[in-house]
Design a binder for this molecule. Structure first.
Ligand SMILES: [Zn+2]
Length: 248
């Protein structure tokens, strides 16, 4: 790191759990954010600011007026633009030394597998069950850690799945594989805006812990009830009969 980088990341370097070694790991890391909406927006901004070496942001959607209530990486000036491009521009304006790759496509099949395999950590910031299952399967197949977040109405949830660990469950251990049940999305159900910021920020935090080695990764499933302001934590054992990770 040069003097400018030492100054830029000084508040990380002051933390003994991060220090110069942890910051260098962040600078050398590559992360994939799938979905540049409510969760992906704060995640992209924090990760760019934190100095992630290469940040890939995938989204095939365009910015609409109803997104601006919560998707803070976008602005009125980016209405009609691809979300991946808009989020990449916002993140890039925070940190020009961070390499940011917008992917203006829906990642599926071999393209999804290749991007997941190239990443050190994947952040699932989508709001469709079908995408979540495909991302989970790609992470299990390539043994790539997955930080999963979700927010709908007043409920948020967070889980970290690390297929490199033998005891770690996967997303399908939790939900089975319910195919393409996309009935619960923010578009149809609504969501309170700061909740997506909280969960997306948590995802960025867990991704940074995984890469830097600070602390220990989040375990189990955490849910947040925004109406009560309460977190709940659940143990999440691996399902030996899971169709995705069971035979691993
Ligand atoms: Zn599983």
């Amino acid at each position: 790191m040069n003097d400018e980088a030492l100054l830029r990341y000084s508040r990380h370097i002051m933390l003994e759990e991060i220090d110069i070694v942890g910051q260098e790991r962040l600078l050398a890391s590559r992360m994939l954010i799938i979905g540049a909406g409510g969760l992906g927006s704060p995640a992209a901004l924090y990760l760019a600011g934190a100095g992630i070496g290469c940040l890939c942001i995938a989204d095939d959607d365009v910015v609409e007026l109803s997104n601006l209530q919560r998707q803070i990486a976008h602005s009125e000036a980016s209405l009609g633009q691809p979300k991946a491009k808009s989020a990449a521009a916002a993140a890039g304006s925070l940190n020009s030394t961070c390499k940011i790759r917008p992917l203006e496509i829906r990642l599926v099949g071999d393209a999804l597998l290749a991007e997941v395999e190239a990443a050190d950590v994947v952040l699932d910031c989508t709001d469709r069950f079908s995408s979540r299952f495909a991302v989970n399967r790609a992470c299990v197949d390539t043994r790539t850690p997955l930080v999963s977040g979700a927010a709908i109405r007043f409920s948020g949830q967070l889980a970290v799945f690390d297929p490199r660990q033998l005891a770690s469950p996967c997303y399908a251990c939790l939900y089975g594989e319910r195919g393409d049940d996309d009935s619960l999305t923010c578009a149809e159900s609504g969501v309170i805006s700061p909740l997506v910021g909280m969960i997306g920020s948590f995802q960025a935090l867990e991704a940074m812990k995984l890469v830097s080695g600070a602390g220990q990764p989040h375990r189990g499933l955490s849910t947040f009830d925004a109406l009560l302001g309460e977190w709940r934590h659940f143990a999440l054992p691996r399902d030996p009969g899971c169709k995705v990770c069971g035979g691993r």
